[in-house]
Write a protein that binds this ligand. Structure first.
Ligand SMILES: C[S@@+](CC[C@H](N)C(=O)[O-])C[C@H]1O[C@@H](n2cnc3c(N)ncnc32)[C@H](O)[C@@H]1O
Ligand code: SF4
Length: 445
């Protein structure tokens, strides 16, 4: 019996499956994303876990100089010479709480230091409170081409409950002038407010339908009550009613999913809806498969560079101390191994509803139908996914139960971890809600 290979040649080039290759492909710049955090707001909302603080006590020059220094430190890295930025997100906090000159000079610096794609999507996160026509005129003169506006609700009752300073009338005034400017308009809406009813969700949907000409994109956030924050305490003490039950929440999701398309907004992630061609590039790049890199600046910012996921120092003084000592202000993170990278493709990719399994195999060398066979069979049996032409796609049930879908693809180790921002803020009490499937099962009938 033949025991050894009889070839008189050692393997020197590998993989040996060579195909025609255009040298241009080898030098194509990778497209990546950029996030800059502005940790200031006019006041601090009682429900909000984001890293932000009241603006009046801050030295804006000190902050922006430090942010500029951090950006310049990264831009000096040879690594970024082979990258093109295809989306920029100036987020917060509330960037619109800061005089626009700061944002303008920040963007000028980014344009000077990085290679920016001609079609780069540049989003500015704002609070409707700040958006008068004078301000929008100034925004339109900068490189910003997209506004993400924290509207939160169209109903004065909930705007008041959440401590917002504007009313429905102000939202309508904003709509009356915004289409004069060449800006994509996205709004954030929260729901599952304490005491909110299904009829009130129908009303929110009606408001969206009436406003559809002024909107390109909608992001839905179900309100999370963080135990250490004021709104949670108000609910606990009975000052505010309880949040709708899990089943009602599921029904709310279903109403948005069923009815927003009637207004021209299709669902492209578990909580994002867009008119055709107005999907958020930043969002798709960071969460859709295959996720692209994002270099992130500012205190508490989360990013992904090379094989690393990371977050910056959260406390502003720790952030200042590192940058002023010429140290990149990373606080924690993880170098992903191949399995975590593969897992990430699917865990985050399913949030954006579709994953191309051929591409997944090409990128990882892992055949997902074999490697995740047991999990995929379960998801198919449960009718949470379909697979056609090797495209894995979530069903309505899969979208409703996204966490169960994502859990199928987590590595064993990562399953036992909560989300890092919860650890950092020490706001998560470790309790996960249990729920029954009444609404979802009903949906599938
Ligand atoms: C970083 S905030 C920026 C928006 C802007 N500062 C504002 O308040 O209008 C992004 C979005 O997160 C959402 N959000 C804030 N706190 C939340 C919570 N506790 N649960 C769910 N979503 C929340 C809100 O919809 C908010 O618009
Ligand atoms: S919800 Fe917006 S305005 Fe309120 S604290 Fe959070 S980031 Fe600031």
């Amino acid at each position: 019996m033949k025991k050894y290979s009889e070839v008189n040649e050692v393997i020197r080039w590998y993989p040996s499956e060579f195909k025609r290759l255009d040298s241009k492909d080898m030098w194509k710049k990778d497209k990546i994303n950029l996030y800059a955090h502005i940790p200031f707001c006019k006041g601090k909302c009682q429900f909000c876990p984001f890293n932000s603080m009241p603006i009046n006590r801050q030295n804006l020059d000190e902050y922006f100089n430090t942010l500029r220094k951090e950006i310049s430190m990264y831009a000096e890295e040879e690594y970024f010479k082979s990258k093109t930025i295809e989306s920029i997100w100036i987020g917060g906090g509330t960037p619109s709480a800061v005089p626009i000159e700061y944002i303008k000079s920040l963007l000028d610096l980014i344009f000077e230091k990085f290679d920016i794609d001609d079609k780069c999507e540049i989003t500015l996160e704002t609070n409707l409170h700040d958006l008068n026509e004078e301000y929008i005129k100034e925004v339109a003169k900068t490189q910003v081409n997209r506004l993400s506006i924290g509207v939160q609700s169209f109903k004065d009752k909930y705007l008041k409950m959440m401590g917002r300073t504007y009313k429905y009338e102000n939202i309508k005034t904003f709509f009356s002038f915004i289409r004069k400017y060449d800006l994509n308009i996205s709004i954030d809406l929260m729901y599952r407010y304490p005491g909110q009813t299904l009829d009130e969700i129908d009303e929110e949907i009606e408001f969206i339908k009436e406003s559809k000409d002024y909107l390109d994109h909608i992001t839905l956030y179900s309100l999370i009550l963080f135990p250490k924050l004021g709104t949670f305490k108000q609910v606990k003490s009975g000052k505010l009613p309880l949040q709708p039950s899990f089943n009602t929440y599921m029904e709310m999701n279903k109403r948005f999913a069923d009815r927003l398309p009637e207004a021209g907004f299709h669902q492209y992630t578990t909580n994002h809806f867009a008119k055709d061609g107005k999907e958020n590039v930043y969002n798709n790049d960071r969460w859709g498969f295959p996720q692209k890199e994002c270099v992130s600046f500012g205190p508490g910012a989360f990013g992904q560079i090379k094989d690393y996921v990371y977050c910056n120092e959260h406390a502003i003084q720790d952030y200042y101390d590192k940058v002023n000592n010429n140290i990149k202000p990373v606080q924690s993170g993880k170098k992903m191994n191949l399995m975590e990278q593969a897992s990430r493709y699917l865990v985050l990719g399913t949030k954006c509803l579709k994953v191309d399994l051929n591409l997944f195999e090409k990128m990882t060398g892992i055949n997902p139908l074999e490697f995740y066979k047991e999990k995929i069979d379960w998801l198919l049996n449960e009718k949470m996914i379909t697979i056609n032409d090797n495209i894995l796609e979530l069903t309505k049930k899969g979208i409703a139960l996204i966490i169960d879908v994502q859990n199928c693809f987590q590595t064993k180790n990562n399953l036992s971890y909560t989300q890092p921002q919860y650890d950092i803020l020490d706001m998560f009490d470790g309790q996960r809600e249990t729920y029954d499937l009444e609404v979802i099962e009903k949906d599938e009938e």
